[in-house]
Write a protein that binds this ligand. Structure first.
Ligand SMILES: C[S@@+](CC[C@H](N)C(=O)[O-])C[C@H]1O[C@@H](n2cnc3c(N)ncnc32)[C@H](O)[C@@H]1O
Length: 237
């Protein structure tokens, strides 16, 4: 997993899972926005790419989808398997490499907050398109490029570059390494991989955050944090 800082997620899987499960940024901003874009999933075959501890996987399964989760981190996959207890399938896979699935074997690919760990989007996007059915759709979230441009302190928004950041959870410091790329690099990569973009969204957090975590509300309702895409495989006539 060359793209994640020293396998950060193997080291911090449990702390990340705890943060993701209830924290405003995931539970009341990222996940609801992803689920809204995914729409009705009952009966769909879903690939949850970069599934982490399986919290989205679990919700998709609860809504009636048959879900396969892949992640580069064995620790994350262990947490996901424990959480789902056999109601979803999991496999280790690096999204920077070809996926071990047949063509047209999924109706929906979700990829929550994983794309900013990957330098070259042509491989994952090409693979997502290959494994999607003709009527399939791709829903993913990624760090908003203006957020990462601000955090990184870099002086060129239009460049694609790696930078380091630290997250704090109690007394745990998670050292993270991300790829920044501008919005135009994202839309071009989708187009080159054969996707048509249906939605680009900058959603609001859920209203409940205003009361439950006023600092998160202040941040998420005034500054872009994540960017959301829904895209469809494009076929020429
Ligand atoms: C921020 S977490 C998101 C987890 C989950 N999608 C969610 O939103 O709850 C990012 C996940 O991406 C995984 N990851 C990072 N780079 C990856 C890669 N190249 N291939 C597959 N998974 C990767 C990490 O192991 C981690 O589980």
């Amino acid at each position: 997993m060359a793209d994640t800082h020293e396998n950060a997620y193997d080291e911090f899987a449990e702390a990340y899972a705890a943060m993701n499960e209830t924290g405003s940024w995931n539970a009341h901003y990222e996940r609801p926005a992803t689920l809204a874009l995914a729409g009705e999933v009952a009966g769909l075959r879903v690939l949850d790419a970069g599934c982490g501890p399986g919290i989205l996987t679990q919700e998709l399964t609860r809504r009636g989808a048959t879900v396969t989760g892949v992640d580069a981190s064995e620790q994350m996959l262990g947490l996901a398997r424990r959480r789902l207890g056999g109601s979803a399938t999991f496999a280790r896979a690096d999204l920077g490499k070809p996926l071990p699935f047949a063509d047209a074997s999924f109706d929906l690919v979700t990829a929550s907050l994983v794309m900013h760990y990957i330098e070259d989007w042509s491989v994952p996007l090409g693979e997502f398109r290959r494994v999607l059915t003709r009527d399939g759709r791709l829903v993913f979230s990624t760090h908003h490029p203006t957020m990462d441009f601000h955090i990184s302190g870099a002086d060129d928004y239009f460049a694609t570059y790696q930078f380091d950041d630290e997250w704090f959870h109690g007394d745990i410091v998670m050292k993270m390494r991300f790829w920044h790329r501008p919005l135009r690099a994202m839309t071009r990569a989708l187009g080159e991989a054969g996707f048509g973009i249906d939605v680009i969204d900058e959603p609001d957090p859920e209203e409940s955050v205003r009361e439950s975590e006023p600092r998160a509300w202040e941040s998420l309702s005034t500054k872009p944090a994540f960017l959301f895409f829904r895209a469809f495989p494009r076929y020429s006539a």
